[in-house]
Write a protein that binds this ligand. Structure first.
Ligand code: HEC
Ligand code: HEC
Ligand code: HEC
Ligand code: HEC
Length: 499
């Protein structure tokens, strides 16, 4: 007993020191945390105190918000940059139909077969929607191709106009009716309450979709809001009924199957394919829905964690508003959590993407073939009854392909789910071919002529588009009608001239 005591007391001493050091360290870190929170509070308080102008109501003019919040504004302005490309994505325009002309055939009869470019920065939202051939050339003698709903994810002028006119009246107007109103690209008033600068939801479609699921947006945590502001636009949606009311098909759930069931139950098709005559669905960009099914969302991350990392400038911490590929700044995105080299982190992303694209490319070949086989069957006198099952399979295959592909980040956000969806698409493409093969055999057709669709222009000619005319009309429209819209907006003080 006695012998042991010196050892014990030495041990006790060590434990005592250990506890002391832990307590000191703990107090130190708590102090740091408190200091950092107070500092951040102080920073935000200073921001508010230093407001140069008072912003009231829905102010779509980003330049005016910029006077109060110059750091966020300056980084937001960089969404105009076109200086980054990763292996498959980036912030430049890229003509997708040129690199994958089979998509022209997949979208035959739908505006996407005319023109489809990779997305670029938010700053281009207005320019791109006005310049694309998908919005056509509305004017005195040409009717609008699109309803005003098409503006919904392009500008903070949208919530402004909805407040002015009413939501339904906004959607159901012709697209061109709001050409001189919707003029500022995606910006501050899309995501922020001007009084508190809290994140806020300005798009009724998201609030309504939550309500139909029995949830309330107001119950979202601040961390969830850092994704929900994006989910106002980066989601699956459709234009419901005659008023073209923007609606998210989430009532039964947010998976590719539950949304398909929603459309099937509503007997809904976006268009009838001009070759196969299948009742088609166009997937938009279910980025949020797919993201939720991936490993990062399941660990509680939000979009802003990777796409709007914190930056520090002169001791002030703020969110980088240049929303872009996180691979542009791996050190301030992935590496804030992962102790891994830039090369490894980049390669994780590329590996997921390459593997998904392998299957995507197979689908594009086989599904295109299915459409052309269906056309051949019709041309040889197939009946509705003979075609019905094959057309359903084509609809299902293409919905799955589009869902996985149109969510450009999906193969990284939710690699396993994306691969699963693509696998089902390929499976249904092949099943459709089997069905069609039977019908063609019954009709005595042995020769299926595959057209040359090796370039975008050959594919567009094959589906019967007069691209020269479409392009000439659009160019003319861009030079004549469009400047008038912008001049009117300027004259009415809706845009700031130097922007
Ligand atoms: C008001 C609708 C809207 C909101 C809100 C919105 N986006 Fe976008 N986003 C778009 C549109 C439209 C484009 C394509 C613009 C173009 O190509 O002209 C786009 C493009 C992008 C791109 C591609 C940029 C590039 O450089 O290629 C990324 C990444 C992106 N958004 C992420 C986000 C994230 C993250 C959020 C939330 C913090 C968000 N977006 C919120 C509509 C929106
Ligand atoms: C697509 C949505 C989106 C747009 C557009 C947007 N912001 Fe933000 N903003 C965010 C998010 C997300 C945060 C982080 C908020 C948080 O973590 O609580 C943020 C944070 C802020 C903050 C708080 C300080 C900081 O930097 O974290 C300010 C101030 C701010 N934004 C100003 C602006 C201004 C000015 C504009 C327009 C030029 C703008 N924002 C446009 C989403 C957006
Ligand atoms: C864990 C990090 C991370 C989170 C969180 C995240 N993303 Fe991404 N996102 C990426 C990466 C990586 C890419 C692929 C970029 C590349 O290939 O250059 C990407 C790509 C994208 C793209 C395609 C960009 C383009 O140029 O076409 C969009 C759009 C996008 N993400 C939106 C979102 C939205 C919306 C959310 C939230 C619902 C989100 N992301 C959450 C990492 C993330
Ligand atoms: C805010 C923290 C955070 C950021 C930023 C972040 N990650 Fe992660 N990441 C996580 C967490 C947490 C996990 C789950 C880890 C686990 O379960 O072991 C994870 C998992 C992963 C995985 C494994 C996925 C799987 O299938 O299980 C990869 C790969 C990965 N991250 C890559 C990236 C890349 C690339 C970026 C940048 C574009 C990034 N992460 C950004 C926190 C982050």
């Amino acid at each position: 007993m006695l012998k042991k005591s010196p050892i014990l007391s030495k041990k006790n001493l060590l434990i005592g020191w250990g506890i002391f050091i832990i307590v000191v360290a703990g107090v130190f870190f708590l102090g740091m945390l408190a200091a950092s929170i107070t500092e951040r509070r102080a920073e935000i308080a200073t921001l508010y105190a230093n407001k140069k102008i008072e912003i009231n109501g829905i102010n779509a003019k980003n330049e005016e918000w910029g006077l109060n919040y110059p750091r966020e504004y300056d980084t937001w302005k960089k969404t105009k940059n076109m200086d980054f490309s990763s292996k498959h994505l980036g912030n430049m325009t890229e003509d997708q139909l040129e690199s994958r002309p089979e998509m022209v055939v997949l979208w035959a009869g739908y505006a996407f077969s005319r023109d489809y470019s990779a997305p670029r920065g938010h700053m281009y939202a207005i320019e791109d929607v006005t310049h694309t051939l998908r919005t056509g050339t509305p004017g005195d003698d040409v009717k609008d191709m699109q309803p005003s709903t098409c503006w919904a994810c392009k500008s903070p002028d949208v919530p402004r106009m909805m407040q002015e006119k009413g939501i339904e009246d906004f959607y159901k107007a012709a697209w061109s009716e709001h050409g001189c109103e919707v003029v500022n690209p995606i910006g501050c008033a899309d995501c922020h309450d001007p009084q508190t600068m809290n994140l806020t939801i300005t798009r009724p479609a998201l609030i309504e979709a939550f309500e139909r699921q029995g949830k309330k947006i107001e119950d979202a945590t601040p961390q969830e809001m850092r994704s929900l502001v994006c989910a106002q636009c980066h989601v699956e949606y459709y234009f419901q009924g005659d008023s073209k009311y923007l609606t998210f098909p989430w009532d039964g759930g947010m998976t590719v199957e539950t949304m398909e069931a929603y459309f099937d139950n509503a007997n809904y098709a976006d268009w009838t394919h001009t070759l196969s005559r299948a009742p088609m669905l166009k997937a938009q960009h279910p980025d949020y829905e797919l993201f939720l099914m991936g490993p990062h969302a399941q660990r509680g991350l939000s979009c802003a964690d990777c796409h709007m990392p914190y930056k520090a400038e002169g001791g002030i911490k703020y969110s980088d508003h240049q929303i872009v590929s996180p691979l542009k700044n791996i050190s301030s995105t992935c590496q804030t959590c992962h102790r891994d080299s830039e090369d490894n982190l980049r390669n994780y992303v590329y590996e997921y993407q390459d593997k998904a694209l392998e299957i995507r490319n197979r689908i594009e070949t086989e599904l295109t073939k299915a459409h052309i086989m269906a056309k051949t069957a019709w041309d040889n006198g197939a009946t509705d009854a003979q075609m019905q099952q094959a057309l359903q399979l084509i609809r299902q295959a293409q919905w799955r392909w589009d869902f996985a592909v149109a969510s450009h980040g999906g193969s990284f956000h939710a690699p396993v789910e994306t691969q699963r969806i693509l696998a089902h698409s390929l499976d249904r493409s092949m099943q459709a071919q089997l069905e069609l093969q039977k019908t063609l055999f019954a009709l005595g057709v042995t020769d299926i002529a595959m057209p040359d669709i090796s370039t975008k222009s050959k594919a567009q000619e094959y589906i019967g588009l007069d691209m020269d005319k479409l392009q000439k009309d659009k160019e003319n429209w861009i030079n004549t009608t469009l400047p008038g819209w912008l001049e009117k907006a300027k004259a009415e003080g809706k845009i700031i001239s130097n922007s």
